[in-house]
Design a protein around this ligand. Structure first.
Ligand code: MN3
Length: 192
């Protein structure tokens, strides 16, 4: 792998006012970049450095796993948001949500509850597992992609994701993320 972050899919101020340019600057240029730097240092001169990021995440443990998975999770997170995102999806994603959660409103409530209920640092995900959509949460760097699930979107619920804009109010952040930020086009592409 190249050990370079993918560029952000939008300008740093493109998600304001729901997510500030300051949050994105710290999160992408400091947190995300640090995981990449750590991974590069850990794998320098080792055969794993030739593998793809996905292969490294799936095969690693300990510090290599933590940093590689956080690189992957954050790349997936940036793509899970877009300017003027959020709200109720349409098309195949909405159909699958209705099939597996009953209604969009029920999905939203369950996602909110799961994301707010994840104790400490972690992630809330919408995944496709064997043809059924599920909401899962993971702690720290853990990621459903190592467990055979196809990830559709993820919300980062580490404090660094929301503390500048929302302080301690994770519930307000998740509510805003669902209403204004989540990228259902990305979910639709991952569902195909
Ligand atoms: Mn983060």
């Amino acid at each position: 792998m190249k050990f370079e972050l993918d560029p952000l899919p939008y300008a740093k101020d493109a998600l304001a006012p729901h997510m500030s340019a300051e949050t994105i600057s710290f999160h992408y240029e400091k947190h995300h970049q640090t995981y990449m730097n750590n991974l590069k240092n850990l794998l320098q001169g080792k055969p794993e450095a030739e593998k793809s990021l996905e292969e490294i995440v799936k095969g690693a443990t300990g510090g290599v796993f933590n940093n590689a998975a956080q690189v992957w999770n954050h790349d997936f997170y940036w793509k899970s948001m877009k300017p003027k995102g959020g709200g109720e999806p349409t098309g195949a994603v909405l159909d699958a949500i209705k099939r597996d959660f009953g209604s969009y409103s029920d999905f939203r409530t369950q996602f909110q509850t799961a994301a707010v209920g994840q104790f400490g640092s972690g992630w809330a995900w919408l995944v496709n597992e064997g043809g059924k959509l599920k909401i899962v949460t993971t702690g720290n760097a853990e990621t459903p992609m190592t467990k055979g699930a196809t990830c559709l979107v993820t919300c980062d619920v580490w404090e660094h994701a929301y503390y500048i804009d929302y302080r301690n109010l994770r519930a307000k952040f998740v509510e805003t993320w669902l209403a204004n930020l989540v990228n259902w086009d990305f979910a639709a592409a991952n569902l195909k």
